[in-house]
Each structure stands twice: as C-alpha cells, then as structure tokens.
Ligand binder design. Structure first.
Ligand SMILES: [Zn+2]
Length: 312
C-alpha cells in the first residue's frame, strides 16, 4: 500500500497561521478500483468520526485492497479545535454551504476547497457524523444507494424525503455527491457523554464493509437481517431547561406512543419541571442521552423514528 498525506492551504488567517486541510491518500496493492472518500468533523463537535477514520487507517495498513481511499479526518479544523458545531471564524454551518464559493465567508472558502480537493474527486463517499457532545445517535441515511447504506450495518436506515417529517437539507456534502451522481451515505453514530470505543469499533467495521460492498476487498459483504427502513423521524425537544433524566429504552429499541422518554428536573429546586413523552405511536429510538445531561429549552433531547409503514 502506498500512502500520501498532504496539506492543502486555504487562506492566511488573522492570527498568522495557515488555514487548510490534511488529506490522506491510501493506494491499495491490488490494482485499480474505485476511490472511496471518508470524511468527518464537518461539524466540529462530532469527534467520534475522526476517531473512526484514525482507527480505520490503522486497520487497512496491512490489508490488500483495490482502488484508493481518500480520507479527510477533520473537515472543519477550526470548529474541531473549538469543539463547536459551526465554524468559529464566521459562525456558519459548513455542511449547508456546499459546493462553497471562493469569494464567500471563510466557511464558503473552506467548502470550495473541500469540494475541489475531496468531494468532487471520489467515486463514493461516507460522511461520518455523531450526536455531538451530549446526545448519542445511531442510524444511517438512505440517499442514492440502498446497498451502500445497508453495508454500514446500522439497524435503522432513514430514507429522507423532502416534505416529510425529519431532516432534508440543501448544501450538504451528500447533496454535492448526489449532484455528481456518486453514491453517498451519511452515518450518524456515537457522540454524547459515553465511552466512544464501541461506536468507533462499529464505525471501523462499517467502513471495511463499505469497502467489501464496493468490491475493494475480496470478501463477502456482511449483512444484518434486522435492518429497518423508515421515512419519518420525530425530533422531540424539551420546553424547559434543566437536568434531563432519561427513561427511554436503548437506541434501536422500539417505544410505544405516550411512553415517558425522560424528565426535566431543576438542578436548583430539584422539582420536576416537565415529563417528556413519545409522540410517535409506533416508534423506534434513534437519538437519546446516555447520561444525566444539562439541557436548554429546545435542545435536541430525543429522535424517535416512525415504524408505521417501515420496510425491512
Ligand atoms: Zn453533524
């Protein structure tokens, strides 16, 4: 395997440093094949994906494979260093401004370089996200290649459709890939105040399985038979701030309508301020908190998928 790490400069920053990106190219020893791109930390407060790419790069060191891996472990270095979702330079969400613009805000300029040097150069993309610093999440998007999404081994696959309840956005890495006609999957895995090691291990296993799916490894694709495809997700937010005490079942488990997801308790008076109930009649847990976290009114507390009309 041949390996090349390069630094792509973007701009001279006001503090004298050079803003830029580190890109890794790993060339397999089995000859020609697709170029698989893997990126993380488009949102700087989602470091789990960075860990996944680090361990993945170590895992493929001695494996013969076809084609090339192009890794962008930290897509938004300033946000990553600050552990913030948005780019600290301009307070912009990098994953809403693709393909970016040379003369735009710093995030636009960053997006333009990510597009030119990375997104527009790969034959398939895995974009790693997580539940940020407090919530923990576990699902994969089903966008333009069902087999690719299935190969990430997530139990829950979310087929986002414009106009449906849940999340469809423009200006993302995924919309760029879809415009390019290249297969893409967005993986939402890990995060929160919990040991990330199990999520990192699953992320590495997912990336190896994606390589099998793309015929980069001479191994059969692993499949799991309990995958469900859902097409709507309810985001359930608290209306009060305080400690969130969770009573919801683990991620990937079903939950009935009206069931208690959690309670908001005042750290000041100790009184129970709110009981948060599941609003999805036939639900499945997608995002939750694994520790007693402090939340503001309106924060991400829970995501519950709608199993009504789901397909296997
Ligand atoms: Zn994200």
């Amino acid at each position: 395997m041949r390996q090349n790490i390069r630094f792509v400069p973007i701009a001279h920053m006001a503090d004298g440093s050079t803003g830029g990106l580190h890109l890794h190219d790993l060339e397999g020893s089995l000859g020609s094949g697709p170029t698989l791109g893997v990126c993380a930390a488009l949102h700087g407060n989602e470091p789990t994906g960075v860990e996944i790419i680090l361990d993945f790069a170590r895992a493929v060191q001695d494996r013969p494979f076809r084609g090339r891996l192009r890794l962008l472990p930290v897509a938004n270095p300033h946000a990553f260093a600050a552990i913030e979702r948005f780019t600290p330079i301009d307070r912009v969400n990098l994953n809403r401004v693709f393909p970016g613009a040379k003369g735009g805000t710093y995030s636009d300029q960053l997006a333009a370089v990510v597009s030119r040097e990375f997104l527009d150069t790969v034959d398939a993309l895995v974009d790693l996200h997580s539940g940020t610093d407090r919530p923990t999440v576990d699902y994969s998007y089903l966008l333009n290649d069902e087999g690719l999404s299935r190969s990430t081994m997530a139990r829950i696959l979310y087929r986002a459709e414009a106009g449906k309840k849940g999340t469809t956005y423009s200006g993302t890495s995924a919309t760029r890939l879809q415009e390019n006609g290249a297969p893409v999957v967005v993986v939402e895995l890990g995060g929160g105040i919990a040991d990330q090691a199990p999520y990192v291990r699953r992320g590495v296993a997912a990336l190896l399985n994606v390589m099998r799916y793309l015929d980069m490894l001479d191994e059969d694709v692993e499949e799991r038979n309990d995958q469900v495809i859902i097409d709507s997700i309810e985001l359930i937010r608290p209306t009060q701030g305080g400690f969130l005490e969770v009573e919801a079942p683990p991620l990937g488990e079903p939950i009935g309508g009206g069931a208690v997801l959690g309670r908001i308790v005042s750290p000041y008076t100790f009184e129970e301020l709110e009981v948060i109930r599941n609003t999805v009649p036939n639900g499945i847990m997608i995002l939750s908190h694994l520790s007693r976290n402090l939340v503001q009114p309106g924060d991400y507390a829970f995501m519950v998928g709608n199993l009504e009309g789901h397909t296997q």
